[in-house]
Design a binder for this molecule. Structure first.
Ligand code: SF4
Length: 340
């Protein structure tokens, strides 16, 4: 028997191709997208298509979402621990922001990139997620908390460019105008610095936003904090980010987590300004979520000094609010506790 595909992992182009191959009008793909993503229909029979088409869809596709094992909620954030079909667990975070609800999705079960400050890195990669397992996180959050999603960050557990095909399809599904229609500027893919992945991403016809987890302004420190830097040092990483920014005509975000006494001095800030030069990048300063870690969160005055240096040099900089520290929001923390 041919295995059914999960509809939540199918792009509009692939679904159109399916209909063409079945001798049907490919425009039906738009009806399916509208039904499942906009109207929340969870049965092929309720899509308003003919009995013949509904029968074929039910024969060839399934419509299943990951199960929620645990849900935590605070005023500005929420978190789901989801159980996948093979018994693995993943985490998804909802951030309620002034300008809308943003979901932070995971792309792998565990992560092998080994960033020193990251709880997820302690749980090595077991496998990559399929597109439907990534899409399923957004739907699960939206349904569980009854919210409309206006943005997605591909910034949870896992390295997106170590799972390129699934992340590419996920982005396409999120941006499909007949579906969630988020738009490329409302989906951000964040890499720890896989340079060939950045070029591949830049080559897509409609890439979404790009963020880079930078976290250090020089190679010596970045080598220590993020082993990927030994394969793709800062000069190569910055050149790739600049290439993306010019090709896609998009500002690139540099994520910078503030680790007390490690990467947060005014000298580090000066080095960071030198690294950015006049490029179309901006820095997102992130207060560290210090749960169960060898690193500490930088005090507010150190963060402000760092921020001021960037401002003085005319570098675009924002400071991320702290979301749901009480929800065990450090990536991987909830799953780690659950598996103990
Ligand atoms: S920071 Fe991201 S890339 Fe690095 S170990 Fe954690 S999940 Fe992996």
């Amino acid at each position: 028997m041919v295995e059914k595909r999960n509809i939540f992992g199918v792009t509009r182009a692939a679904l159109e191709e399916y209909f063409i191959q079945s001798g049907e009008n490919p425009a039906k793909a738009g009806i399916v997208f509208d039904g499942i993503y906009r109207r929340g229909i969870r049965s092929f029979d309720a899509l308003g298509l003919s009995t013949r088409v509904c029968g074929a869809l039910s024969r060839d596709f399934e419509m299943t979402l990951p199960e929620t094992a645990e849900a935590l909620e605070s005023e500005d954030a929420a978190k789901l621990l989801l159980r996948l079909r093979d018994g693995e667990y993943i985490e998804t975070v909802l951030m309620r922001q002034k300008f809308g609800n943003c979901v932070c999705v995971s792309t792998q079960v565990g992560c092998s990139m080994g960033c020193a400050f990251c709880k997820s890195g302690q749980l090595k990669k077991r496998r990559s997620l399929s597109p439907e397992e990534i899409t399923g996180q957004v739907i699960a959050v939206s349904e569980r908390f009854g919210v409309k999603i206006s943005g997605v960050s591909v910034m949870g557990i896992g390295e997106p460019f170590d799972n390129f095909g699934a992340v590419r399809d996920f982005c396409e599904i999120m941006c499909e105008p007949k579906g969630y229609a988020l738009g490329e500027k409302h989906v951000t893919v964040s890499t720890c610095g896989i340079v060939p992945g950045i070029y591949e991403y830049a080559a897509l016809p409609h890439p979404c936003n790009l963020a880079i987890s930078l976290h250090a302004p020089n190679n010596a420190l970045r080598d220590e904090l993020m082993p990927i830097n030994r394969a793709y040092p800062l000069e190569e990483l910055i050149a790739a980010a600049e290439y993306f920014s010019k090709k896609a005509n998009r500002r690139v975000t540099l994520e910078y987590v503030m680790l007390n006494g490690v990467n947060d001095t005014p000298e580090h800030a000066e080095q960071l300004c030198g690294l950015i030069g006049g490029r179309d990048f901006y820095v997102n300063i992130i207060p560290y979520n210090a749960a169960d870690s060898d690193f500490e969160k930088s005090p507010r005055d150190r963060i402000m000094r760092f921020y001021d240096v960037l401002k003085k040099h005319g570098v675009g900089v924002t400071m991320r609010r702290e979301f749901g520290a009480e929800l065990k929001a450090a990536c991987g923390q909830l799953r780690a506790d659950y598996e103990k």
